[in-house]
Design a protein around this ligand. Structure first.
Ligand SMILES: *Cc1c(COP(=O)(O)O)cnc(C)c1O
Length: 431
């Protein structure tokens, strides 16, 4: 193999030879939008640069792991300083205590957290804790919500009322999902006393953006309380993204357990799950629920996470949300001006992006089938490529959301709106 590979196609060909599909996480492969992925060599603030030297205004931001933008100086300094002292010990460190204090201090109702190395692990462990604490096996999740790739959560959704799910991937045995119920998002299911926990994205951000409707989360809280089930908020995306207190604070509904990931690692591999001290002390070594990790609470990751959390203030979130809201309306209008139907819902600084032919009758989705119906009009891939061609990187899939980082300026957002107007017009012309 030539060491002098300089093109995206060249790097991706080399990647495909040694990494399945050329990627370590499927969405990156561009399979759902077509074409060859750009291979990133560096990022700075709101932009990333590929191996060909092309710079993109980046709305992927590592699917939400980056809040301050890429390569923030405070985060680099924190990681560098931590690395010089040793990268992992297998013993308690001050860094994990400081990050736990910062998280617990920011989220009303949260008393203890345990760190893991990914969002998947956080949710998987929270579910085990809920089962161990309640002595019940059944769990309930919602159609279209993503909770990482643990077997019992990789389950295909039902269509109507809550029903037992089917394996959502080859390699997941039916037995692994036998205790997983799947219910439609935004409908409060009726539970019984066999249910250990209800797991939900309090703002759904893995089926494009779907906001919780009025009363949905409140209804889940009441229904869980009625049957003694635990309510788990998967805040892997929303935690420290929609505000310091996450979606729980934003919606005013307090879960029993929280799952975090993405933002709290400052771009390094971290997850965490938490709740009341009484509940968390069901975990080993205090209680009977086993959970562990060689690199859990890793010093580099906790230093990066702490650098991010100590950098941002409530005012920064208010400004980000305000900037994003104006961007969302301008983006929607620009796409409509270009001749397509569009809807850009927001939840804090998270933006959804729905596109369809102007001839159809559409409205903002409130569940997965409605979101899928819009995605299946098939306009997103063309729009994605028209944007990429104009130097704006959206996620390469119609079910992701836009991540506007703290490093995106009004000028960046104006640039994206201008690109969207042209991109939409180009897509509309091709219909
Ligand atoms: C990304 C994500 C996960 C999984 O986190 P990983 O770090 O990718 O394992 C879980 N839940 C939600 C809501 C997510 O967005």
């Amino acid at each position: 193999m030539p060491e002098s590979t300089t093109t995206n196609a060249g790097w991706f060909a080399r990647a495909e030879a040694v990494i399945p599909g050329g990627v370590d996480s499927p969405v990156r492969s561009f399979r759902s939008v077509g074409g060859t992925p750009y291979t990133v060599v560096r990022g700075s603030g709101a932009t990333v640069t590929d191996v060909e030297g092309r710079e993109y205004l980046d709305f992927v931001q590592s699917y939400g792991a980056s809040l301050l933008g890429h390569a923030h100086p405070r985060v680099i300094a924190a990681i560098t300083e931590a690395a010089a002292k040793g990268t992992t010990f297998g013993a308690p460190t001050p860094g994990e205590v400081l990050l736990a204090e910062a998280i617990v201090g920011a989220v009303p109702g949260l008393e203890q957290v345990r760190f893991v190395s990914s969002g998947t692990e956080a949710v998987m462990s929270a579910v085990r804790l809920a089962r161990g604490a309640t002595g019940r096996d059944r769990i309930l999740k919602f159609d279209g919500c993503y909770h990482g790739h643990a077997d019992h959560l990789l389950v295909a959704g039902g269509s109507g009322v809550a029903e037992l799910g089917l394996p959502g991937s080859a390699g997941v045995p039916a037995g692994a999902v036998a205790d997983t119920l799947v219910a439609p998002y935004n409908v409060v299911p009726t539970l019984d006393a066999s249910v250990a926990c209800v797991l939900v994205e309090p703002v759904a951000a893995n089926m494009n953006l779907v906001r919780p409707t009025e009363g949905f989360l409140e209804g889940l809280r009441a229904e869980c309380d009625r049957v003694g089930a635990l309510l788990i908020f998967d805040e892997v995306i929303t935690g420290f993204r929609v505000g310091l207190g996450g979606a729980a604070e934003m919606t005013g509904v307090t879960p029993d357990l929280w799952c975090f990931g993405k933002v709290i690692g400052g771009g390094l591999p971290v997850g965490a799950f938490g709740g009341s001290a009484a509940l968390l002390e069901t975990l080993a070594p205090v209680g009977p629920v086993y959970q562990a990790g060689t690199l859990s609470g890793n010093p580099l990751a906790t230093a990066a996470g702490l650098a991010v959390l100590s950098e941002v203030t409530d005012d920064d979130y208010i400004a980000l949300i305000d900037r994003t809201r104006r961007f969302g309306s301008a983006l929607c209008q620009a796409i409509r001006d270009g001749g397509l139907w569009s809807c850009v819902p927001s939840a804090g600084p998270l933006l959804g992006l729905y596109l369809a032919p102007a001839s159809g009758e559409w409205s903002a989705p409130s569940n997965y089938p409605e979101s899928r119906a819009i995605a299946e009009t098939g306009l997103y891939p063309a729009f994605f490529h028209e944007m990429l061609h104009r130097g704006v990187a959206l996620a390469p899939g119609a079910y992701e959301v836009l991540f506007v980082s703290m490093a995106h300026t009004d000028a960046h957002l104006d640039q994206a709106v201008a690109a969207a107007r042209e991109a939409a017009a180009a897509v509309a012309r091709s219909l």
